[in-house]
Ligand binder design. Structure first.
Ligand SMILES: [Zn+2]
Length: 431
């Protein structure tokens, strides 16, 4: 019985935590969108696991009525998501090139050199920090997923296998380390304790140091109906309004912001200490005003999203049903995490898709979580010659359409599911 009361205590504590906003601790009550029950989107299954129980968690997104942070309730412990991760950044060619250009830009902008220290949080397989090595700029990656961190070390990128937060920042600072640059690309969304994480960055930052964070922009998510970018691994969905509030709570100031096309439309924000030498550019106030104008400080803006998602689901299913009625074969191209939100929410399994192909060999021979679509190498398309390919990483649709131009040989068409389903012909795509 002693054990039971321990469990009950832990549960009630958990319940308290998940009813409060991750940013401002206000109680959460308003739904942004409810995508039902879903398995963890990076938990690709082996053939043996298909016969076992599979954990499903609610994918219900809430919005805070006080600070407007769009966020998932916390059901899944980050340790169960991030210690063995199937996502290797280096398999996305355009993303690695994006990282390379960033490294050259930021070196010039901040005047980084051999006396500087760069940290990247969630450094993945070293896809970014590798570009600083030939520039002779010292780097340190921080990455909790052991298997991807190992790939970084192989590239020569020193990597700490840890979660980042105030505790690690204090240990690094006690070691005499401080950061001229901290990079966080697509990590902010995955941080369970936003305040601890931001406090850690502020603690590690040198007096004129700079933090750059890239994250998908909530404006693009809403406008582009990108509901498939919602998954359990993404706890929060940011506007500049919310990041500004987060920064201020920790003595940081946004001094520049850029809009990027990556991941369906992202922001890159530049942060520094309140009183540092970096002057704030007009871009910051401009975007904050824009967000105000489009209603990001009005709860009614957020509650209009869900009906658009329901509509996109019906349209995608209508097309797939019609194609199958006509005897067409359909496969999926790419098995990214977000593809699984789409497949599970819409209920698209092997009744619609023969199989999926992906460039990442980790996934070959495995099955998508929930819908159990088998994943094969891209070369499997040559033998199967499907009539249609459902493009799950639609944010890379141009790159993928060019790669798939050869499928025109057998008249294959590409289905783009987001923002609303449409079909393109690879013959019409310019190389
Ligand atoms: Zn809040």
């Amino acid at each position: 019985m002693i054990g039971n009361s321990g469990v009950l205590a832990a549960r009630s504590e958990e319940k308290l935590q998940r009813s409060a906003c991750r940013l401002c601790e206000a109680p959460l009550a308003t739904t942004f969108v409810d995508l039902g029950m879903s398995p963890l989107c990076e938990s690709f299954l082996t053939a043996e696991q298909l016969d076992q129980m599979e954990p499903y968690f609610p994918l219900r997104v809430l919005v805070c009525e006080r600070c407007y942070l769009v966020q998932l309730q916390a059901y899944v412990r980050p340790e169960s998501i991030f210690t063995e991760y199937a996502y290797f950044s280096s398999y996305a060619t355009s993303w690695v090139e994006h990282a390379r250009r960033y490294c050259l830009m930021i070196r010039d902008r901040l005047g980084l050199g051999s006396n500087s220290q760069v940290f990247e949080i969630a450094s993945n397989d070293g896809y970014l920090l590798q570009h600083f090595l030939p520039l002779d700029i010292p780097v340190m990656g921080i990455e909790p997923a052991r298997n991807v961190a190992a790939a970084a070390v192989q590239k020569g990128v020193p990597t700490l296998i840890e979660f980042f937060g105030l505790d690690l920042a204090k240990r690094l600072a006690a070691d005499g380390r401080s950061a001229d640059l901290i990079i966080g690309n697509n990590v902010l969304a995955q941080v369970p304790d936003l305040n601890d994480f931001t406090a850690g960055m502020a603690h590690l930052l040198a007096s004129d140091g700079v933090i750059t964070l890239e994250f998908p922009h909530l404006e693009r998510l809403i406008e582009g109906n990108q509901f498939d970018t919602i998954y359990h691994e993404h706890f929060s969905y940011f506007s500049l309004v919310t990041v500004d509030l987060l920064a201020r709570r920790h003595g940081l100031r946004i001094f520049d912001v850029e809009q990027l096309t990556t991941h369906g439309g992202s922001l890159r924000v530049y942060l520094t200490r309140e009183g540092s030498r970096h002057r704030t550019t007009p871009a910051v106030a401009e975007l904050l005003t824009h967000e105000q104008d489009i209603g990001f400080r009005d709860i009614g803006t957020y509650t209009k999203f869900a009906p658009k998602v329901h509509n996109a689901k019906r349209k995608l299913l209508s097309l797939l049903i019609e194609l199958k009625e006509r005897g067409k074969t359909v496969c999926a191209y790419g098995a990214p995490g977000k593809g699984n939100t789409l497949l599970n929410y819409c209920g698209i399994g092997t009744d619609f898709l023969d199989f999926a192909v992906d460039r990442n060999p980790y996934k070959h021979g495995r099955f998508t979580p929930g819908m159990h679509v088998p994943i094969r190498p891209v070369s499997a398309l040559d033998a199967a010659r499907p009539d249609y390919l459902l493009i799950l990483p639609w944010n890379l649709k141009r790159e993928i359409a060019v790669q798939l131009r050869y499928t025109r040989d057998w008249g294959c068409k590409l289905i783009i599911p987001i923002p609303e389903v449409h079909v393109i012909d690879p013959r019409e795509v310019e190389p």
